[in-house]
Each structure stands twice: as structure tokens, then as C-alpha cells.
Design a protein around this ligand. Structure first.
Ligand SMILES: [Cu+2]
Length: 281
């Protein structure tokens, strides 16, 4: 009976990674929906390799323990066994974990290189951590776009905008979809980390060093994505969220032409409606 329950729990564990969320949510268990090739690979590696292997190991150990508890209980064995070791078993429990780890190394390293090895990128954004906010700039558009100081929205602002408090920023990083984007990450003072889970991006922001990574959001995944500073950086560490607004290439060009604003376009936009809102769908 107990064994059945254990198997049911193990089975449920296998289902956990399939519960994906479109955005961060309280009590969320699985990954958020991936929107870049890198994150898609990470989720697939987790679901196809890591989770099944972990589940098999957990179930195997559990069954073994239950078997031992019953088979070798004191009542059934008034005279205890004096066995101290068994060479064959020791060889097996050394070699099998080594083989499992070796099998995981290959896809794992491939994934690390996919994140680390920058493809030919089409746009560069720079994220600088400060105490305690993010500053974004566009090195290729320095003449038109001032750097963006991104602070968290207050609770009232976030509620009014229907955005998650402590994830929503007053000035998001704006990037085009379907574009390979190089991200330069550094810090002005202490350690921070720039992380957007749905992009598969997490990289340290270190003073005096420029780290780089990349992402490309699929064209059909335009919208608003959230992350947080992910390196404990001081008293207001919780207070430096990351909001990324992913828009179409055309809207991004308009945004650049307007000096970092969608609103000027709205006045000329004959179809009406705010581009800012449209981009958050
Ligand atoms: Cu920080």
C-alpha cells in the first residue's frame, strides 16, 4: 500500500515540469514558458533528461529502502547478518553514478556553450547594475536613446497597470523580437546579476568587468517578460526588478526614431490605440 502511494507521488513528480506558466506566479512549480531557443533547450533538457533520471533514482532508492525495512527487520532476523562489504555492489554503485553523470555531461555542456557562444548578433543592449536599480543603454543608438533608468513600480502603480508588484518597472528594457541580441552586463558598485528566466538569461554583473550573453525572442512571443536581480547585492536587492518589453522590429524602429518612446507615434497613429498597451498583450 505504502509502495503504491510512493509510486503515485513519483508519477506526479514527473508531471510537475509540464506545468508551465506564462509569467511568474505565486507558488509556481514548473518553469515559465520558454520564449527563446536557449530556454527551450533548457526546459527540454530538464524534462527529457534530468527529471526522468531523478525520478528513477528516487523511486529506486525508495523501493530499496522499503524492501530492506521489511525483509531485514529485527523480527524476521533474530540473528543479525555480519556482512561488512560486498565488492560487486560497491563496484556497481560507483560505476553506475559515474555513467549517469557522464551521460548528462554531454547535453549539459552543449547547452552551456549555446548560452556562452555568441552568434552573429544584430543589436546590443547594455545592462548596468547600480544600488539599487538597472540602467539600460543601446551602444549602437547612443545618439538617439538616452540610457534608461529602470526603477520598480510602486504597489499602486503596478496594481493600476495590472502588472506584478516588485517585477514591474517604470521604464522597461525595450527590444525587438526575432532579433539576436547581445547583452552586455556590468555593475557600477557591487555584484548584481541580470536574469530573465523565460529567456534563459542569467549572468553576473561585476564592477570593472563586462560579461556578455545573448537571447532571441521568437517573433510570435512578443510581450512583457520579467526577471530580477539574482545576486544578493544589498539592502534593496529585492527592489531591482527587470522588465523587458519585446515588440516587433517595426515598433522597435519607431521607438528608436522617437528617442525611446512609443507615445509620439500614438499621436500619428491613425488606427488609434496605444502601442505601449498593444505590445503588452
Ligand atoms: Cu542587485
Amino acid at each position: 500500500m505504502r509502495l503504491n502511494k510512493a509510486l503515485i507521488i513519483a508519477g506526479l513528480l514527473l508531471l510537475v515540469p509540464t506545468i508551465a506558466a506564462a509569467m511568474p506566479e505565486n507558488g509556481g512549480m514548473g518553469f515559465q514558458d520558454p520564449v527563446t531557443p536557449v530556454m527551450e533547450e533548457i526546459v527540454s533538457f530538464h524534462n527529457k533528461w534530468i527529471m526522468p533520471i531523478i525520478t528513477v533514482i528516487v523511486v529506486f532508492v525508495l523501493v530499496l529502502m522499503l524492501y530492506i525495512m521489511v525483509r531485514f527487520r529485527e523480527k524476521a532476523n533474530p540473528v543479525p547478518s555480519k556482512t561488512s562489504h560486498n565488492t560487486l555492489i560497491e563496484v556497481i554503485w560507483t560505476i553506475v553514478p559515474v555513467l549517469i553523470l557522464l551521460a548528462l555531461v554531454v547535453p549539459s555542456m552543449k547547452l552551456l556553450y549555446m548560452q556562452d557562444d555568441l552568434p552573429q548578433t544584430e543589436l546590443t543592449v547594455k545592462a548596468t547594475g547600480d544600488t539599487w536599480y538597472w540602467e539600460y543603454s543601446y551602444p549602437e543608438y547612443e545618439d538617439t536613446i538616452d540610457s534608461i533608468i529602470s526603477n520598480p513600480m510602486s504597489k499602486e502603480q503596478a496594481d493600476a497597470a495590472g502588472k506584478p508588484f516588485l517585477l514591474a518597472a517604470d521604464a522597461p528594457l525595450v527590444v525587438p523580437s526575432g532579433t539576436k541580441i547581445k547583452v552586455l552586463v556590468t555593475s557600477r558598485n557591487n555584484l548584481h546579476a541580470f536574469a530573465v528566466p523565460q529567456f534563459g538569461v542569467k549572468i553576473d554583473a561585476i564592477p570593472g568587468i563586462i560579461n556578455e550573453t545573448w537571447f532571441e525572442v521568437y517573433e510570435n512571443k512578443e510581450g512583457t517578460y520579467y526577471g530580477q536581480c539574482s545576486e544578493l547585492c544589498g539592502v534593496n536587492h529585492y527592489y531591482m526588478p527587470i522588465e523587458v518589453q519585446v515588440v516587433s522590429k517595426e515598433k522597435f524602429q519607431q521607438w528608436i526614431a522617437n528617442g525611446g518612446s512609443f507615445t509620439k507615434t500614438v499621436a500619428q497613429n491613425t488606427t488609434g490605440g496605444s502601442l505601449t498597451t498593444a505590445a503588452q498583450d
